[in-house]
Design a binder for this molecule. Sequence first.
Ligand code: ATP
Ligand code: MG
Ligand code: MG
Ligand code: MG
Length: 469
Amino acid sequence: MVTSNDIRATFLNYFARNGHQIVPSAPLVPRNDPTLLFTNAGMVPFKSVFTGQEKRPYVRATSAQKCVRAGGKHNDLDNVGYTARHHTFFEMLGNFSFGDYFKEQAIFHAWTLLTKDFGLPKDKLLVTVYHTDDEAAALWKKIAGLSDEKIIRIPTDDNFWRMGDTGPCGPCSEIFYDHGDKIAGGPPGSPDEDGDRFIEIWNLVFMQYEEGPPGTRTPLPRPSIDTGMGLERFAAILQGKHDNYDTDTLRALILASSEATGQDPDGQFRVSHRVVADHLRSSAFLMADGVLPSNEGRGYVLRRIMRRAMRHAHMMGAKEPLMHRLVPALTRQMGQAYPELNQAEALITETLQLEEARFRSLLDRGISLLREESETIPAGGSLPGAVAFKLYDTYGFPLDLTQDALREEGKAVDVDGFNAAMAEQKARARAAWAGSGEAATESVWFELEQQIGATEFLGYSTETAEAAI
Ligand code: ATP
Ligand code: MG
Ligand code: MG
Ligand code: MG
């Protein structure tokens, strides 16, 4: 069986052979980019090269980039455990041209690598292009010999990429793999496209224009290429699986979770094992890149991920902290490709253990409260915001953890009510601060800071704050 490690190496070597510089993965915390929570695509570390602000000694590059999509514009947290193809942490393989080759070469390389080097059957592949991109459609026909039905024109922004409100932008073309009619889902562009039958594996972005103030778009004199392929999705195909979680790396983590809990990996706790495996990876990689659990910003996203996993471990009957026991399985799988994981192993293990030990004492009681309250809600109903806030404030349940727990029962949270309770609490704290005069103690100050912090970080899961990220 071809392993994920082999696939990564084959990909990078293919592009190295074709004149690309292999560039190591950048950290998950983007450097000099306060607008971005985590590195969420292979192009992130090359942004300033694409805009021309930075010059590098090469015009072609290839990388396997660590990505986290657990907040901000790309948030796949709620997909984990439910789709075959989403993780919070994944690796994006990519090739980049900085004003060097363009569409024709990009399509040629993608097609050659997929069908020749990796030997994928041509009849399982189909592509999308932006509806006005006749050039890309013609190239797919010429290079791959795909019929018109297999070149799907998409009129939405799914196939038009932008770096930001202004800056480089352009159409993109995505390659899909058809896992066959035993799996539910329609082709891209159909009403049923969110199913897992046709899985998007590779996105080729053609950076063709420079967008200025609204309505002004000029062709770039030297257009560029940015591509991204999900290693886990590709590994699933090459390993004869449909589901990313059945590939070598993730399956090993699921088996470790199964062994540690004594629960069947494919039984009633299938979703929990998947969440644990996925969240272990994102937590460990974030810590290896210097993020530690905290009550705000990136650290709070990490804490939310860790606590979600810990609730699932608890559901599987774990009586003692569990996550830290799975770290060796992770370093075995990924430590060679990412030595930072080995270097940070002790820190990761200790932090997971401490965080879980602390949270467990609250978790038991919080779960009981949640269960009692949930019983009074009919299916399809919502938990009152005040209860969700109490779970948050007293038991350390991030809002999304409560939502995740209720989702299993087909219930939701009254988020407006939750936000109102949060605002009320904040106002109360302010009043207490104002009224306390000289008697204000350090602990009041500390509380206040925690609450204000809490209000800010909440934003990552709401639409409005996303716009700011
Ligand atoms: P999807 O529509 O399936 O959510 P996407 O369009 O959001 O994917 P892109 O932003 O185009 O994905 O990223 C490029 C590639 O990275 C995708 O084609 C896919 O192979 C991979 N990818 C994206 N998100 C994830 C994820 N959460 N987990 C695993 N792989 C991912
Ligand atoms: Mg997506
Ligand atoms: Mg997509
Ligand atoms: Mg895409």
